[in-house]
Design a protein around this ligand. Structure first.
Ligand SMILES: CC(C)(COP(=O)(O)OP(=O)(O)OC[C@H]1O[C@@H](n2cnc3c(N)ncnc32)[C@H](O)[C@@H]1OP(=O)(O)O)[C@@H](O)C(=O)NCCC(=O)NCCS
Length: 213
Protein backbone atom coordinates (compact mmCIF):
# COMPACT_ATOMS: atom_id res chain seq x y z
CA UNK A 1 0.00 0.00 0.00
CA UNK A 2 1.11 3.54 -0.67
CA UNK A 3 -1.04 5.95 1.33
CA UNK A 4 -1.68 9.48 0.26
CA UNK A 5 -3.25 11.97 2.68
CA UNK A 6 -4.53 15.08 0.93
CA UNK A 7 -7.44 17.51 0.80
CA UNK A 8 -10.70 16.18 -0.65
CA UNK A 9 -11.55 17.13 -4.23
CA UNK A 10 -14.78 16.83 -6.25
CA UNK A 11 -13.81 13.49 -7.81
CA UNK A 12 -13.58 11.93 -4.32
CA UNK A 13 -17.22 12.67 -3.50
CA UNK A 14 -18.83 9.39 -4.71
CA UNK A 15 -16.40 7.29 -2.66
CA UNK A 16 -16.50 9.57 0.38
CA UNK A 17 -20.31 9.44 0.27
CA UNK A 18 -20.19 5.62 0.16
CA UNK A 19 -17.76 5.50 3.13
CA UNK A 20 -19.97 7.93 5.05
CA UNK A 21 -23.06 5.77 4.39
CA UNK A 22 -21.23 2.60 5.41
CA UNK A 23 -20.01 4.18 8.67
CA UNK A 24 -23.11 6.21 9.56
CA UNK A 25 -26.05 4.45 7.87
CA UNK A 26 -28.70 5.93 10.17
CA UNK A 27 -27.46 9.53 9.99
CA UNK A 28 -30.19 11.56 8.26
CA UNK A 29 -30.06 13.61 6.14
CA UNK A 30 -26.80 12.31 4.60
CA UNK A 31 -23.96 14.83 4.30
CA UNK A 32 -24.00 16.78 1.02
CA UNK A 33 -20.27 16.74 0.24
CA UNK A 34 -20.73 19.06 -2.76
CA UNK A 35 -22.00 21.71 -0.34
CA UNK A 36 -19.18 20.91 2.04
CA UNK A 37 -16.57 21.56 -0.67
CA UNK A 38 -18.09 25.02 -1.17
CA UNK A 39 -18.33 25.72 2.56
CA UNK A 40 -15.50 28.03 3.61
CA UNK A 41 -15.65 26.73 7.18
CA UNK A 42 -15.24 23.10 6.13
CA UNK A 43 -11.93 21.30 5.61
CA UNK A 44 -11.86 17.70 4.42
CA UNK A 45 -8.93 15.28 4.22
CA UNK A 46 -8.98 11.91 2.47
CA UNK A 47 -6.72 8.88 2.67
CA UNK A 48 -6.09 7.54 -0.81
CA UNK A 49 -4.27 4.43 -1.94
CA UNK A 50 -1.94 5.73 -4.62
CA UNK A 51 -1.52 2.26 -6.16
CA UNK A 52 -5.18 1.52 -6.65
CA UNK A 53 -7.81 3.14 -8.85
CA UNK A 54 -11.57 2.75 -9.18
CA UNK A 55 -14.12 3.91 -11.71
CA UNK A 56 -16.32 6.70 -10.44
CA UNK A 57 -19.97 6.37 -11.37
CA UNK A 58 -21.39 8.75 -13.97
CA UNK A 59 -22.43 12.07 -12.47
CA UNK A 60 -25.88 12.25 -10.97
CA UNK A 61 -28.76 13.84 -12.81
CA UNK A 62 -28.25 17.54 -13.38
CA UNK A 63 -30.56 20.06 -14.94
CA UNK A 64 -28.74 21.74 -17.80
CA UNK A 65 -30.26 23.52 -20.83
CA UNK A 66 -29.29 21.93 -24.19
CA UNK A 67 -30.40 21.99 -27.84
CA UNK A 68 -32.47 19.00 -28.93
CA UNK A 69 -31.94 17.22 -32.26
CA UNK A 70 -34.71 19.43 -33.76
CA UNK A 71 -32.62 22.44 -32.74
CA UNK A 72 -35.32 23.49 -30.33
CA UNK A 73 -34.34 24.53 -26.87
CA UNK A 74 -35.21 21.70 -24.52
CA UNK A 75 -34.74 22.92 -21.02
CA UNK A 76 -33.18 19.99 -19.26
CA UNK A 77 -30.57 17.36 -19.94
CA UNK A 78 -29.74 14.51 -17.56
CA UNK A 79 -25.95 14.87 -17.84
CA UNK A 80 -23.33 17.55 -17.49
CA UNK A 81 -21.81 18.20 -20.97
CA UNK A 82 -18.30 16.78 -21.21
CA UNK A 83 -18.72 14.64 -18.10
CA UNK A 84 -20.45 11.69 -19.72
CA UNK A 85 -17.73 9.14 -19.25
CA UNK A 86 -16.94 7.22 -16.10
CA UNK A 87 -13.60 8.39 -14.71
CA UNK A 88 -10.70 6.43 -13.24
CA UNK A 89 -9.88 7.90 -9.84
CA UNK A 90 -7.70 7.12 -6.83
CA UNK A 91 -9.14 4.59 -4.37
CA UNK A 92 -10.19 6.36 -1.15
CA UNK A 93 -9.96 4.43 2.13
CA UNK A 94 -11.22 7.03 4.59
CA UNK A 95 -11.90 10.69 5.22
CA UNK A 96 -12.14 13.31 7.95
CA UNK A 97 -14.21 16.49 7.98
CA UNK A 98 -13.49 19.50 10.15
CA UNK A 99 -15.34 22.80 10.56
CA UNK A 100 -13.47 25.79 11.89
CA UNK A 101 -15.82 28.34 13.46
CA UNK A 102 -14.11 31.45 14.82
CA UNK A 103 -11.32 29.87 16.89
CA UNK A 104 -12.85 26.43 17.50
CA UNK A 105 -12.34 23.41 15.24
CA UNK A 106 -15.05 20.77 15.29
CA UNK A 107 -14.49 17.30 13.85
CA UNK A 108 -17.73 16.66 11.96
CA UNK A 109 -16.97 13.12 10.82
CA UNK A 110 -14.13 10.65 10.47
CA UNK A 111 -14.49 7.22 8.93
CA UNK A 112 -12.34 4.49 7.44
CA UNK A 113 -13.78 1.77 5.17
CA UNK A 114 -14.41 -1.34 7.25
CA UNK A 115 -12.05 -3.31 5.00
CA UNK A 116 -9.22 -0.82 5.71
CA UNK A 117 -9.64 -0.40 9.48
CA UNK A 118 -6.97 -1.31 12.02
CA UNK A 119 -4.06 -0.25 9.77
CA UNK A 120 -3.43 3.18 11.26
CA UNK A 121 -5.48 5.23 8.80
CA UNK A 122 -7.99 6.54 11.35
CA UNK A 123 -5.10 7.85 13.41
CA UNK A 124 -3.44 9.38 10.34
CA UNK A 125 -6.70 11.17 9.48
CA UNK A 126 -7.03 12.45 13.05
CA UNK A 127 -3.48 13.81 12.83
CA UNK A 128 -4.41 15.56 9.57
CA UNK A 129 -7.54 17.00 11.27
CA UNK A 130 -5.46 18.42 14.11
CA UNK A 131 -2.94 19.82 11.62
CA UNK A 132 -5.76 21.49 9.65
CA UNK A 133 -7.11 22.95 12.90
CA UNK A 134 -3.68 24.33 13.83
CA UNK A 135 -3.16 25.75 10.33
CA UNK A 136 -6.54 27.49 10.53
CA UNK A 137 -5.61 29.03 13.87
CA UNK A 138 -8.14 27.13 15.96
CA UNK A 139 -7.55 27.22 19.69
CA UNK A 140 -9.09 23.80 20.50
CA UNK A 141 -10.57 20.81 18.66
CA UNK A 142 -13.90 19.39 19.81
CA UNK A 143 -16.14 16.55 18.67
CA UNK A 144 -19.14 14.46 19.60
CA UNK A 145 -18.93 10.69 19.79
CA UNK A 146 -21.47 8.01 20.62
CA UNK A 147 -21.22 6.81 24.19
CA UNK A 148 -20.95 3.22 22.90
CA UNK A 149 -18.18 4.02 20.37
CA UNK A 150 -15.24 3.05 22.54
CA UNK A 151 -12.97 2.43 19.51
CA UNK A 152 -13.18 6.09 18.47
CA UNK A 153 -12.99 7.31 22.08
CA UNK A 154 -9.75 5.33 22.59
CA UNK A 155 -8.26 6.97 19.51
CA UNK A 156 -9.32 10.47 20.63
CA UNK A 157 -8.06 9.90 24.20
CA UNK A 158 -4.67 8.87 22.77
CA UNK A 159 -4.43 12.40 21.29
CA UNK A 160 -5.44 14.12 24.52
CA UNK A 161 -9.17 14.60 23.92
CA UNK A 162 -11.00 14.63 27.23
CA UNK A 163 -14.68 14.20 27.98
CA UNK A 164 -16.09 17.59 28.96
CA UNK A 165 -19.84 16.90 28.82
CA UNK A 166 -22.60 15.00 27.08
CA UNK A 167 -25.69 15.60 24.97
CA UNK A 168 -28.68 13.50 26.00
CA UNK A 169 -30.23 11.36 23.23
CA UNK A 170 -28.20 13.28 20.62
CA UNK A 171 -28.27 10.34 18.16
CA UNK A 172 -31.95 10.02 17.38
CA UNK A 173 -31.80 6.50 15.85
CA UNK A 174 -31.22 4.82 19.23
CA UNK A 175 -31.67 7.90 21.40
CA UNK A 176 -28.05 7.44 22.36
CA UNK A 177 -26.09 10.08 24.27
CA UNK A 178 -23.12 11.85 22.71
CA UNK A 179 -19.98 12.50 24.69
CA UNK A 180 -18.38 15.87 23.99
CA UNK A 181 -14.61 15.57 23.84
CA UNK A 182 -12.15 18.46 23.61
CA UNK A 183 -8.41 18.91 23.38
CA UNK A 184 -6.26 21.11 25.56
CA UNK A 185 -5.28 24.45 23.96
CA UNK A 186 -3.54 23.54 20.71
CA UNK A 187 -0.82 26.09 21.45
CA UNK A 188 -0.07 24.72 24.92
CA UNK A 189 3.34 23.16 25.39
CA UNK A 190 1.73 20.01 26.81
CA UNK A 191 -0.46 19.51 23.71
CA UNK A 192 2.29 20.39 21.22
CA UNK A 193 4.79 18.04 22.88
CA UNK A 194 2.37 15.11 23.00
CA UNK A 195 1.09 15.72 19.46
CA UNK A 196 4.57 16.01 17.90
CA UNK A 197 5.70 12.82 19.63
CA UNK A 198 2.63 10.78 18.65
CA UNK A 199 2.71 12.11 15.08
CA UNK A 200 6.40 11.25 14.64
CA UNK A 201 5.87 7.76 16.12
CA UNK A 202 2.87 7.12 13.87
CA UNK A 203 4.65 8.34 10.74
CA UNK A 204 7.58 6.03 11.58
CA UNK A 205 5.21 3.11 12.13
CA UNK A 206 3.42 3.59 8.80
CA UNK A 207 6.60 3.84 6.75
CA UNK A 208 6.31 5.34 3.28
CA UNK A 209 3.34 7.58 2.49
CA UNK A 210 2.66 11.06 1.17
CA UNK A 211 1.32 13.61 3.62
CA UNK A 212 -0.21 16.47 1.65
CA UNK A 213 -1.91 18.34 4.48
C1 LIG B 1 -12.81 5.11 14.53
C2 LIG B 1 -12.09 4.73 13.24
C3 LIG B 1 -12.01 5.96 12.35
C4 LIG B 1 -10.66 4.25 13.58
O1 LIG B 1 -9.98 4.01 12.36
P1 LIG B 1 -8.89 2.83 12.20
O2 LIG B 1 -8.18 3.07 10.92
O3 LIG B 1 -9.53 1.51 12.35
O4 LIG B 1 -7.97 3.10 13.46
P2 LIG B 1 -6.38 2.93 13.55
O5 LIG B 1 -5.97 1.64 12.96
O6 LIG B 1 -5.74 4.16 13.01
O7 LIG B 1 -6.17 2.87 15.12
C5 LIG B 1 -5.81 4.05 15.83
C6 LIG B 1 -6.22 3.93 17.27
O8 LIG B 1 -7.63 3.75 17.39
C7 LIG B 1 -7.90 2.93 18.52
N1 LIG B 1 -8.49 1.68 18.05
C8 LIG B 1 -8.53 1.20 16.79
N2 LIG B 1 -9.21 0.04 16.74
C9 LIG B 1 -9.61 -0.20 18.01
C10 LIG B 1 -10.39 -1.23 18.61
N3 LIG B 1 -10.88 -2.24 17.90
N4 LIG B 1 -10.64 -1.15 19.95
C11 LIG B 1 -10.16 -0.12 20.69
N5 LIG B 1 -9.41 0.89 20.17
C12 LIG B 1 -9.16 0.84 18.86
C13 LIG B 1 -6.56 2.68 19.19
O9 LIG B 1 -6.32 3.74 20.09
C14 LIG B 1 -5.59 2.77 18.03
O10 LIG B 1 -4.29 3.12 18.42
P3 LIG B 1 -3.21 1.94 18.75
O11 LIG B 1 -2.94 1.28 17.42
O12 LIG B 1 -2.04 2.69 19.29
O13 LIG B 1 -3.87 1.03 19.73
C15 LIG B 1 -12.82 3.55 12.52
O14 LIG B 1 -13.03 2.51 13.45
C16 LIG B 1 -14.14 3.92 11.88
O15 LIG B 1 -14.20 4.42 10.75
N6 LIG B 1 -15.26 3.66 12.57
C17 LIG B 1 -16.59 3.93 12.04
C18 LIG B 1 -16.90 5.40 12.02
C19 LIG B 1 -16.74 6.03 13.37
O16 LIG B 1 -17.16 5.47 14.39
N7 LIG B 1 -16.18 7.24 13.40
C20 LIG B 1 -16.03 8.02 14.61
C21 LIG B 1 -17.19 8.89 14.78
S1 LIG B 1 -17.03 9.95 16.19
Amino acid sequence: MSWHIRLMVKDDIPQVTAIDREAFPTMWPPVNFHNELNNRMAHYAVAGDGQRTVINPKPALQLTPVHSFLNLKWPFSSRVPGEDHPQKVEYISGFLGLWVMVDEAHIINVAVRQSCQGKGLGELLLISGIDMAIRNKAVVVTLEVRKSNTTAQTLYAKYGFQEVGSRKAYYTDKKEDALIMTTDFLTSVAFQTRFSKLKAEHFRKLGHFEYGI
